[in-house]
Design a protein around this ligand. Structure first.
Ligand code: SAM
Length: 290
């Protein structure tokens, strides 16, 4: 079995041998702690019948663990300088494919069909590049890719927003969007000392288990998310004021009446509404043509 990549010494050796220099603009912070890797891989519930899609393999620290836990691993890496390193580090792993590309531009549905034939389930497992955490996760969710779980290392503060409950400070449109598609669970928080180089922020591992169907029924999904965005436009304003600003000032009275009709006090703030309450507001407004 090949030596572990995720130790400080081996990581420094690999980097020195290949003359690799980190690009901050690509969010390159490599993991050097095997306990954290074990927690990530355990949370993903993999076995040899499952596929793992990794985003940003770096020098292969997590990829190597995935190769031993999953039936098939496909890893998408944007930085061409890492390809020869991954080739060398993972050369002995016959179930790993490295795909050179930008995850935000790739057709992931097609990639999954090509890479994971015969697998009984697929999960995304990654230590994400932090500068594009939310775009990557929203792409995975909005495209409704056939995924079991998404287990990712992200900024602690973003993980807290995703898992936040109504009425808490961190609860916002990101919480609603993520909880509409998934059940989020915080797996662990991670100190910045387990990376080379160390990022400026603390990190968390979050596990998102995809729902078979959304937890609420909405008249129109895109409209639902527009209502949610509008409700959080100005956090200090009431639901009525935010939705009136969105619908047009001359519809204020109508909006207040519709919110009440949905069974919600118009003077509440958007940040206190559950998904069910947002759906109720969305549906009355949609039917009224707001
Ligand atoms: N998985 C490795 C680890 O845990 O040590 C590296 C994680 S590092 C935080 C993020 C990785 O994502 C880097 O290798 C970076 O080059 C890559 N990356 C950045 N932007 C990307 C993009 N748009 N598409 C694919 N990979 C990207």
């Amino acid at each position: 079995q090949a030596a572990e990549v995720a130790t400080p010494k081996r990581t420094r050796d690999i980097i020195a041998k290949h003359g690799f220099s980190f690009k901050k603009s690509l969010g390159q912070n490599f993991l050097i702690d095997q306990n954290i890797l074990r927690k990530i891989v355990d949370a993903a519930e993999l076995d040899k019948t499952k596929g793992a899609l990794e985003i940003g393999p770096g020098i292969g620290a997590l990829t190597q663990w995935l190769a031993h836990s999953a039936g098939k691993v496909a890893a998408v890496e944007i930085d061409s300088r890492l390809l020869p390193i991954l080739q060398e580090v993972l050369g002995a792993e016959s179930n790993v494919s490295i795909i050179h590309g930008d995850v935000l531009r790739l057709d992931l549905r097609q990639l999954m069909e090509e890479q994971f034939t015969g697998m009984t389930g697929i999960s995304v497992v990654a230590n994400l590049p932090y500068y594009i955490t939310t775009p990557i996760l929203m792409k995975l969710l909005e495209e409704r890719l056939p995924l079991d779980h998404i287990v990712v290392m992200i900024q602690k503060e973003v993980a807290e927003r995703m898992a936040a409950v109504p009425g808490s400070k961190a609860y916002g449109s990101l919480s609603v969007a993520v909880q509409y598609y998934t059940r989020p669970e915080l797996v662990c928080t991670v100190p910045h000392t387990v990376f080379i180089p160390q990022p400026n922020v603390d990190s968390s591992v979050i596990k998102l288990t995809l729902r078979d169907r959304p937890p609420v029924e909405t008249a129109d999904e895109a409209y639902f998310f527009r209502v949610v965005q509008a409700a959080f436009a100005q956090r200090r304003k009431t639901l009525a004021n935010n939705l009136a600003a969105w619908a047009g000032k001359n519809r204020r009275e109508e909006v207040v009446r519709l919110i009440a009709e949905a069974g919600i006090d118009p003077s509440r703030r958007g940040e206190t509404l559950t998904l069910e309450e947002f759906a109720a507001v969305c549906n009355v407004c949609y039917r009224a043509g707001v």
